[in-house]
Design a protein around this ligand. Sequence first.
Ligand SMILES: [Zn+2]
Length: 584
Amino acid sequence: MMENTEIAKVLRDVGTLLEIDGANPFRVRAYENAARTVEPHAVPMRTMVESGAKLTDLPGIGKEMASHIQELVTTGALRVLQDLTREVPYTLVEMVRLPGVGPKRANKLWRELGVETIDQLEAAAKAGAVESLAGFGKKTQERIVRGIASLKKRAGRFRLAHADQLVEPLVEYMRTHEGVRRIEVAGSYRRRMETVGDIDLLVIARDPQPVMDHFTAYERVKKIELASGTSARVMLQSGLQVNLRVLPPASYGAALQYFTGSQAHNVKLRRRAVARGLRVSEDGVFRVPEGEDPDAEDVLSGERVAGASEEDVYAALELAWIPPELREDRGEVEAAAGGKLPELVTLDHMRGDLQMHSTWSDGHDGIDAMVKGCVERGYEYLALTDHSKSLAMTGGLDAEALREQWREIDEVQAAHPEIRILKSQEIDILRDGSLDLADEMIEQLDVVLVSIHSLFDLPAAQQTNRILAAIRHPAVHILAHPTGRLINEREPYQFDLEEVLCCCKENGVAVELNAHPSRLDLKDTQLMRARELGVKIVISTDAHRVRDLDLMHYGVEQARRAWLAPADVLNTRPLQELLGSLET
Ligand SMILES: [Zn+2]
């Protein structure tokens, strides 16, 4: 059974292979466009196909793409792809995404060096064979080697939002079994890390076997790797590994605590336990019998003092319950011991969204729809931040188009007095740090966002200066997606973040936590640093369609990992207060 993301991936892969093969660009783009429509679509393609919905009504889906989707849904495969991979090695798809490669170069590497896989490319690059190819050179070769290293580092990790798409239906399916009394996902997923390696599912059930059988019978299981007693491990079709543990009620809290981690956090707890003559394990917290070494691996357990709930486990160690997002051994155990855990920001605190795009640039929905979406989410305000003109590919707005857009905003505003539409723009920072919009227009904006969308490869010093120049512009309020990274796709550009943060602080410019799950930029540790320096922070979705407004929770989760309180986040404040704090 294929999910939309998987269908999109196949379509995108066909497009990439065609491009490597030198096919007609229009044909290539047709696949890319179709993938872009399918991936975020609210309704699963299989449901649409089953209900006989007209796929060609979707944007970017012509007859050919519709029949491909149909074929994928009904057979799980695509003949076009099979034919194509008889000529072009499928493994080149992965290679194309490496920095410094791309379709043309992948073709060259394959035809001229016989390189088909990443491993072969790494060997060739390290042997110096790549730089001698026409159009490559030493710099490109070095970039490829670095790119492969970072690819290997993240191999097998799923973006959190992708994991959500895979885990949510599985949990729902598990709940349909009458034997399942309680179910929880632990691990890095519960800590809301930006990527997760595997999934730990914990279940309370009286009788484990039927629950285990139900689990391994899940239709998206590709392979059962282990199933015995009270635990099982499977690989889903997506490649995600899921571990199941069936537990008795008495040790559920201890297991939840133990399997949520992180490892560093648990080590801290164990030490704390030892100091109190206790032993904490996945089964519970136990008083160590007199004369036993509590630190020994094979210690006999004495009286159980906690284990049914997480709260009990922490209480037994004289700690307040610690929110999972904080469990990284970054001072949370000490804070819990001293009654100094921070009040963390929640989704309910958010009063507005300060980055979104409409059909005026590269968004999929009109201003009216975006505004209604924000009203429905209970917001008091939103900033409409369509791109500036240098981003021609996104339909960025010049001054004239911007004035026209303002007229429409005024109309929509008049119809929606319940929310304030802030006139804004995501203004491109140009090569020299100047802004892609005339000052007289910038002055009329309510919120001024600046960001980088080009020249990611400038030397670090030049990149830093470029950003600093933009921050120093007196009208600028927010630096959007400050590092430019795309999780699992693109490394941040090279620049001095510390200097940029200090400059933001000096100039009263806020940094964005871009909530889009492919960005989450700044990331947790960087946000902690920003907060430490007293830099203001906003959380925005960068929505390109109404539904993207729901991505806010990813930003909030990341903010919680960074210990942010509502007071640290400007868009938890009422409108007037927000505007006041942007100006100072
Ligand atoms: Zn942007």
